[in-house]
Structures are given as structure tokens and as C-alpha cells.
Design a binder for this molecule. Structure first.
Ligand code: NAD
Length: 499
């Protein structure tokens, strides 16, 4: 039976400090992945709403309270926002689970942890210093200033809505910009809830705005808008390419956090039990719906069969079910198109001759309710040239590929268009250092997987992206440098000669 629209939570967009409907007055439904039923109505924004939000952000950037705030005061507002995120972390986690299907056990810790981005960049806001340049010109003072870019359009995917929002919002505001967010049409609710905390923190109206809707309707008008200075994008490399091309026409800056096909590489000298856990966390945590999923398992031939046996035995025990239950380990897939895509890739892998040694289809266990569940799936007999080894599935599907030695592990590990992350399991220090150096990936984990922090740069090599998020350096990606020359000479010299 359909859920009556009157019982659904009804959201509004946040533009210029006001809660507003879309210009079209239309809504679309947001589904709960565990029940497979709608739970909320989200305004269906369009180009007119995108324009309104960009104009509000531009106004807030150029006039009013925000440009008058010094960096220390901006920092204080961000730290206040961090406090509110901690205070509301359980509630934010519940909304995220309802909208996205992620595990409450993971989200309740993650929503509290994400406050660290607001604290960290709040602290960094007043530590971005220009330089006095030791100039070669006589009677001249030359110094640099770091200034904000203007309006940032931030476009995010559905797999980690609030965390990825924090990764963009905290440095963008610390640098003095204003922002328009376009969350994924599958998971807009938690970001709209966050806007209530933006209001409470006292961040001036128009500094942060959210326009909800579909990519072509809202995302593209934001990318094309002449008053947008930078597009900060996280999503698929297909959409990223389109956005990059469009942004180039307006000479806008971009940062791109895109997909991956990361190798998790197990050598014969690895601590096997730890490696099994690391491989499982790489592919079955978050139901494999993470950009950093270790979706290719490279195992040294000498331990291949024994390792796969241990891995299957452990992965088989994963408890599926309601993502709100604290003992659930594998939750649902977030949305029907993604569910279908994963099932299609399972068929493709079979068609390519790969052999499923675990799972291999829909999960129909009673505890999976009416949701979109896929059995944790492991394929052996995979060659790296197969589609299942080259293309991002974004689900709980692991492709196992044997290798002979270090040289071959590096060659296979790097033989994909992506370069987001890699895992290495070995007890050899020499091998750890050598692999960390030779793997073409923005992050390499040795004897661990899935560690991220506000302190450490994150981003992709090759088609996995442009630029980095987190850490100190990247705040300058939200700024531009100005060189100021001041003459102390009493007389202007020959005006026809470059000085
Ligand atoms: P997607 O590219 O389909 O959508 C991402 C966002 O772009 C959504 O908000 C969507 O509405 C918007 N969009 C879609 N078409 C658009 C268009 N023509 N113009 C402007 N905006 C448009 O990606 P998704 O399916 O939501 O997310 C999954 C992808 O995100 C995976 O590839 C995953 O690897 C990637 N991802 C990367 C990282 C990272 O940090 N590298 C993190 C999380 C997810």
C-alpha cells in the first residue's frame, strides 16, 4: 500500500536565510531504503531556484554582515556550528539512516566526529597568512593576501551526505566564501536539517543555502551560473566530467572527488585474520557504497585459496537487516537505480566467467524487510581486464584477482582508470614502503583500511579526481592570492619601461 502524502515529512529549501518552497511548488518523494517506501517530500527545485540561491549567496558575499566578519569571528561561528552538530548528532544520524540506509551504529559515531571538520577549519580560519616578498625592486613593498573566491556551488552524492557536506562547507566558510549546496535527490533531508543548525549558530542569512532537486534541473544551472566562482563536486566521474567541461566555459575553478576501483592487496606474509577483517571492511561496510571501496582483492597466489576460504567463512556471518539495529552489519542499498545497477554487474561478472563463491544476487532474508538488499558477493576467477574489475559497482561485490609477486601486484593494482585508494596487507616494512610509493592512489593504507581524518588530505589520482579535501593545504583551494605592490619612492620613474 502506498504511504499517503499527508503522513510524509515535508521539507522546504533554505535560501537567503528563509525556508521556501520551489518556484514550481512541486515536490518529489524521498524513500527509506529499509522499507522501500517514501518517508519525506522534498521540494523539486529548478533553474529559477538555483538562480535565487546564487543571488542570495552573492549578496551575502558582497554586502551585509559576512564580509565584515574578521577570520577569527568566522572561526568562532564554525566552532559554534561544530558544538551544535555534536549536540544533535544522534538526531542527524537517525535522519541519515532513514534517508540513506547507512548503519546507525556507524552514523551515530560519524555525525559526532564530523564536527571535527568545523572545529579544525574554524581554528584554521585566522591562520592563513600572506607573505611580505623580499622584492628585488628598490623602494617597493610587495606583499600577498589570501582572499575568498566568492560563491561556491557544492554538489554532493547520496552515499555520505552530511560528512561530504562538512568536507566542503567547513573550509569554504573558513576561507570567507558563501555557499549554495545541491544535495543528491536521493538524500536531501539531513542536509536540510543541518541548515537549522546553521541558523542557530548565527551564520548570517545567505551565507549557506540549499537548493534541492535533480542534477540536470538544479545542479547544471548552478555550474553554469555566472556568479558562481567555484564548483566543489563529489560524485561519479561521468557527472564530474560533464561539470568540469561546463565549468571550463565559465573559467570557474573546480574540485572533483570522483569514483574508484581500489585494490586491497594481500601478500603471503600478511597477518591473515587482520587482512580478512580489512578486506571485509573495505567492501562490505556501508554495503560497498563508498568511493574508497576496496572492490578488487588482489591475493598472492601462494595463499589465494586459503585466504578466500577464510574470507568467505567470515563474510558469511555478516548480519543483514534493519540499519537502525545496533547489531546489523550490512544494510540496504540506498536507492532502486543503484540496486538494479549492482544486480546488473553481478550478471555481467557471471557472463564474463567469474565464479561467485559467496552471495551473487538479491538478499531475500526475512530480516531484510521490504528494502533493497544485495547479498555480500565475492567473485573468484576474475581477470583484471574484466568489467567487474575495471568499473565501479558501488555495492557489496568483491572481485578476487590472484598475483605472483610485488611487481605484478603493482602492475594490476595500477591498471585501472581510477586512483582513489589502495590497501596493502604485509608484515614487511620494506614491502609496505615500496607499495606505498608505487601505488597510484591518493590514499594508501597499510594493514588498515577506511581510515579518514580532518587532518589528512583525501582525494584521487587519475580519473578519481582533482584537488584534495581535508588537511591544511586544501583551504587555499577555496582562496585566491593577491599580490600588492606599494611604492615608497618620491618620484615615479620612466613610465615607458616595465619595472
Ligand atoms: P552522481 O554523479 O550521479 O551524482 C552526484 C551529484 O551530482 C548529485 O547531487 C546529482 O544530482 C548531481 N548531478 C547529476 N547530474 C548532474 C548534472 N548533469 N549536472 C550537475 N549535477 C548533476 O553520483 P552519485 O550516484 O550520487 O554518487 C556515487 C558516486 O560518487 C560514486 O561514483 C562514488 O565513487 C562517488 N563518490 C566519490 C567520493 C570521493 O570523495 N571521491 C565520495 C563519495 C562518493
Amino acid at each position: 500500500m502506498d504511504t499517503p502524502a499527508s503522513t510524509l515529512a515535508r521539507y522546504k529549501m533554505f535560501i537567503g536565510g528563509e525556508w521556501v518552497e520551489a518556484a514550481s511548488r512541486e515536490h518529489f518523494e524521498s524513500d527509506n531504503p529499509f522499507t522501500g517506501k517514501p518517508w519525506a517530500l522534498i521540494p523539486k527545485g529548478g533553474a529559477q531556484d538555483a538562480d535565487r540561491a546564487v543571488r542570495a549567496a552573492h549578496k551575502a558575499f558582497t554586502s551585509g554582515d559576512w564580509p565584515k566578519l574578521n577570520p577569527s569571528k568566522r572561526g568562532a561561528l564554525l566552532r559554534k556550528l561544530g558544538d551544535l552538530v555534536v549536540e544533535k548528532s544522534k538526531f542527524l544520524a537517525e535522519v541519515e539512516v532513514r534517508d540513506n540506509g547507512k548503519l546507525y551504529a556507524e552514523m551515530s559515531a560519524q555525525t559526532a566526529y564530523m564536527a571535527q571538520w568545523y572545529y579544525y577549519y574554524g581554528g584554521l580560519a585566522d591562520k592563513i597568512e600572506g607573505h611580505v616578498i623580499p622584492t628585488d625592486k628598490p623602494e617597493m613593498l610587495n606583499y600577498t593576501r589570501y582572499e575568498p573566491l566568492g560563491v561556491i556551488a557544492a554538489i554532493t552524492p547520496w552515499n555520505s551526505p552530511l560528512l561530504l557536506t562538512a568536507w566542503k562547507l567547513a573550509p569554504a566558510l573558513a576561507a570567507g566564501n558563501t555557499v549554495v549546496f545541491k544535495p543528491s535527490e536521493f538524500t536531501s533531508a539531513s542536509v536540510l536539517e543541518l541548515m537549522k543548525l546553521i541558523e542557530q549558530a548565527g551564520i548570517p542569512p545567505g551565507v549557506v543555502n540549499v537548493v534541492t532537486g535533480f542534477g540536470a534541473d538544479v545542479g547544471m544551472p548552478l555550474v553554469e551560473h555566472p556568479l558562481v566562482s567555484k564548483v566543489a563536486f563529489t560524485g561519479s566521474d561521468r557527472t564530474g566530467t560533464l561539470i568540469y567541461q561546463t565549468a571550463a566555459r565559465g573559467m570557474k575553478r573546480v574540485s572533483m572527488e570522483l569514483g574508484g576501483k581500489s585494490p586491497n592487496i594481500v601478500f603471503d606474509d600478511a597477518h591473515m585474520e587482520n587482512a580478512v577483517k580489512g578486506v571485509v571492511s573495505g567492501i562490505f561496510a556501508a554495503t560497498g557504497q563508498t568511493c574508497i571501496a576496496g572492490s578488487r582483492l588482489l591475493v598472492q597466489e601462494s595463499v589465494h585459496d586459503a585466504f578466500v576460504e577464510k574470507l568467505v567463512a567470515f563474510a558469511k556471518t555478516a548480519k543483514m537487516g534493519n540499519p537502525m539495529s545496533l547489531d546489523t552489519q550490512v544494510g540496504p542499498v540506498t536507492n532502486p537505480p543503484q540496486y538494479q545497477k549492482i544486480l546488473d554487474y553481478i550478471d555481467i561478472a557471471r557472463g564474463e566467467g567469474a565464479k561467485p563463491v559467496l552471495g551473487g544476487g538479491k538478499a531475500t532474508r526475512p530480516e531484510c524487510g521490504g528494502g533493497w538488499f544485495v547479498e555480500p558477493t565475492i567473485f573468484t576467477g576474475v581477470r583484471n581486464s574484466m568489467r567487474i574489475a575495471q568499473e565501479e559497482v558501488f555495492g557489496p561485490v568483491l572481485a578476487v584477482i590472484p598475483f605472483r609477486d610485488e611487481e605484478e601486484a603493482v602492475a594490476i593494482g595500477n591498471d585501472v582508470v581510477y586512483g582513489l585508494a589502495a590497501g596493502v596487507w604485509t608484515q614487511s616494512m620494506r614491502r609496505s614502503l615500496m607499495m606505498a610509493e608505487r601505488l597510484q592512489a591518493g590514499t594508501v593504507w597499510v594493514n588498515t583500511y577506511r581510515a579518514v581524518s580532518y587532518l589528512s588530505p583525501f582525494g584521487g589520482y587519475k580519473r578519481s579526481g582533482l584537488g584534495r579535501e581535508s588537511g591544511q593545504e586544501m583551504i587555499k583551494d577555496y582562496m585566491q592570492v593577491k599580490s600588492v605592490w606599494i611604492s615608497t619612492a618620491t618620484e615615479v620613474p620612466n613610465p615607458f619601461i616595465l619595472r
